[in-house]
Write a protein that binds this ligand. Structure first.
Ligand code: 4AD
Ligand code: MG
Length: 435
């Protein structure tokens, strides 16, 4: 390996006593007049750099006094361990070079409103709290890939431009396709994942998905990332076991590798530790209705659950709960009906604890050609664009199941973040398309 000309702050522990170079940005500074204390960040951490006039020379020392927050700079100095320093290490400076100045940086340590911060999202992502959240998101995403790849799943990327609707027609983004026809932004890769499952046995899709949601809740984005496994010969029980193993794996991974970020967010990890082990509780929709009624909520059999119901149900458990067999009437056309009880579907929603709501939706798919064809018609969907999908039932249909997990909802729960808009680098919501 070629030695890098500079080191990253996260690796400073391996360089104690050595003279190293850091390349980064000024996060904060204070000065006693004789000594500057510069907080330098490089994306991997923050390091306190200490400089006196004799270290830097009068000119550089004076220039350093006027550097604005987020000035980019290169510094060299000797790394030393210091328990009082923020990351545990500090640098005794030998040189400082300003790469590019920054004046009047719009995000100061004082409080800003969320709208202002979202307007400056391109800069807000440099803040410590946003770093912790987005690093955890990144860990969640790599855990998803590792989990499925360890289990032999094939990554089967689904198209984003589609001719059909998967999750109902009321929240579809429509676009003009060469003036000749309509196209839609995908709501889910599932239908394509089903083709993949019948080809490869077990696959997953992972990509952006879109919902023209007119709901301005803390759990809804118009663009979000979804990971969707699909497995041939799986039934609902197999699907639920996969879902709980998957979520427990991700939580365990974040606890193991991102403890510092969870701490920066002041996340109570005892609330996550339970979720790192399985099994998770399972309750039927019928039982969920009874539990909600017992809590004095007005719900009727047949209603879909909203945020309030999900929060009330999740409060009763210390780890995610799986609610299965919702009424067929409130679920998508592709859901398989329970042969023992056609009024319910062989589906499952996983609800995160602490009121973070539904993180997974999925279930067993209708695998009978005639039944599926009739369901498409009953949902007022046109048959022609679904002919390819019906082929999966014409040629060697098998029972199969899968689910979709929203990356932002999962990240939001793990981080204990109230609104999922902070869990994606550039959130898209009904009232926000910028930056
Ligand atoms: O429950 P949903 O709509 O299920 C599907 O799309 C299935 N086709 C998935 C499948 O079986 N392959 O969405 C799945 C998950 C939800 O549980 C939630 O985590 C997330 O996607 N999600 C959203 N996240 C953010 N904003 C939105 N508007 C979301 N809608 C769904
Ligand atoms: Mg759902």
């Amino acid at each position: 390996m070629i030695a890098m000309p500079w080191v990253y702050i996260e690796d400073l522990s391996q360089h104690v006593g050595e003279e190293v170079e850091l390349r980064g940005w000024l996060y904060n500074k204070r000065s006693s007049g004789k000594i500057h204390f510069l907080q330098v960040r490089d994306g991997t951490g923050i390091c306190q750099c200490v400089a006196s006039i004799s270290d830097l020379g009068a000119e550089t020392f004076a220039a350093a006094d006027h550097m604005g927050q987020e000035t980019s700079l290169r510094v060299t100095g000797v790394a030393r361990a210091d328990k009082r320093a923020p990351g545990g290490y500090e640098l005794g400076l030998k040189s400082l070079t300003i790469v590019s100045p920054a004046n009047d940086y719009p995000i100061t340590p004082k409080e800003h409103g969320v709208a202002y911060l979202l307007d400056h999202r391109q800069l807000w992502v440099r803040s410590a709290r946003q770093h912790a959240i987005l690093r955890i998101r990144s860990e969640v995403e790599s855990a998803c890939r590792d989990f499925f790849s360890q289990r032999g799943f094939v990554l089967f990327d689904a198209p984003v431009l589609t001719p059909i609707s998967c999750e109902g027609t009321t929240n579809l983004f429509q676009l003009d396709y060469f003036g000749e026809r309509k196209a839609y932004l995908t709501q889910s890769g599932q239908l394509y994942a089903e083709a993949g499952a019948l080809a490869f046995g077990k696959v997953y899709t992972f990509g952006p998905t879109f919902r023209a949601e007119k709901s301005k809740t803390r759990r809804h984005l118009t663009e979000f990332w979804m990971v969707e496994p699909e497995v041939a010969y799986f039934d609902l029980d197999d699907d639920m076991r996969l879902a709980e193993d998957f979520v427990a794996f991700i939580v365990g991974r974040v606890l193991e590798r991102r403890a510092a970020d969870l701490q920066a967010l002041e996340r109570d990890v005892t609330r996550l530790e339970a979720a790192a082990s399985t099994p998770y509780p399972r309750i039927s929709y019928d039982e969920a209705i009874e539990r909600l009624k017992a809590k004095g909520m007005t719900v009727n059999w047949g209603d879909d659950f909203g945020g309030d119901e999900e929060t009330a149900l999740s409060e009763e458990f210390d780890r995610p709960v799986m609610v299965h067999r919702y009424p067929t009437q409130c679920k998508a056309f592709y859901m398989k009906q329970d042969p023992a009880r056609p009024d319910v579907a062989l589906c499952v929603d996983m609800l995160a604890p602490e009121g973070h709501g539904e993180i997974i939706g999925g279930g067993q798919r209708e695998d009978d050609y005639e039944t599926l064809r009739n369901k498409i018609l009953a949902h007022d969907l046109p048959l022609a664009p679904f002919e390819w999908y019906l082929d999966l039932r014409r040629y060697g249909s098998v029972p199969h199941a899968g689910f979709g997990m929203g990356i932002e909802r999962m990240t939001g729960w793990i981080c204990g973040i109230h609104h999922i808009r902070e869990c994606i680098p550039f959130p898209r919501m009904m009232e926000r398309l910028e930056p």
